[in-house]
Design a protein around this ligand. Structure first.
Ligand code: CA
Length: 224
């Protein structure tokens, strides 16, 4: 899962990056509204955290543009503007939620989980695929009820594959969701992540197919 943080306060930027990375998300941070709007065109982010008071394009204008372009990603507004009118305006412009500064990171983190769970897995708390159980709140993976030892990137790839069982996930899409501007995995690195994940899952009969040149697919579960 990849999150864009549009926030110009440096302390807040650092705290958000640290917290979100600890929660296992790929994070890009940007400090002005104009760049945020174009980043949202370039990358298929899973969620946007948007400060309203931004240099360049104001946060409300970013909201307007994102929704006008038809992008449906969840947006949580971070704001110091805590008047009722500001909150109503933000929500009416297409934000899904807002959080007022100062806030407790744990609360923001929980709201992010709630939105991603709804958006990605239709509010399901757990995804079961054969012997795999993926807990959407904690992003833990169990195989036959034993915690699987997967790296954050392996979990991120499995999460994408579980969203599209029996359908292909493009390699490019994996790179976009797993990487960040600072750390974009090469196609080669992505192949290695998938290879390792496949090795960890094949013992229990889970199969990840390669669609040569295009991407990967988690095969439908069948009790062979
Ligand atoms: Ca600001």
């Amino acid at each position: 899962m990849r999150i864009l943080v549009a926030e110009d306060d440096q302390l807040m930027q650092g705290a958000l990056r640290l917290g979100l990375e600890n929660s296992g998300y790929a994070v890009d941070v940007i400090d002005n509204g104009t760049a945020a709007a174009s980043a949202l065109i370039d990358v298929d982010y899973d969620l946007l955290l948007l400060d309203l008071g931004l240099p360049g394009l104001d946060g409300t204008e970013v909201l307007r543009q994102v929704r006008k372009s038809g992008r449906s990603l969840p947006i949580i507004v971070i704001t110091a503007r805590d008047t009722i009118e500001d909150k109503i305006e933000g929500l009416d412009l297409g934000a899904n939620d807002y959080i007022t500064k100062p806030f407790d990171f744990r609360e923001l983190d929980a709201r992010i989980r709630a939105f991603l769970r709804k958006d990605t897995f239709g509010n399901k708390m757990e995804i079961v695929h054969g012997p795999i159980r993926f807990v959407t709140t904690s992003r833990e993976v169990f195989i036959n009820d034993v915690a699987a030892e997967l790296t954050p990137r392996e979990v991120a790839v499995l999460e994408l594959l579980l969203q599209k069982v029996g359908r292909m996930v493009r390699k490019r899409q994996m790179v976009e969701h797993v990487g960040t501007w600072d750390e974009e995995p090469s196609d080669n690195a992505m192949e290695i992540v998938v290879h390792r994940l496949r090795r960890k899952l094949e013992a229990c009969g889970i199969k990840i197919s390669t669609v040569r040149g295009f991407g990967y697919m988690l095969d439908e579960w069948s009790q062979a």
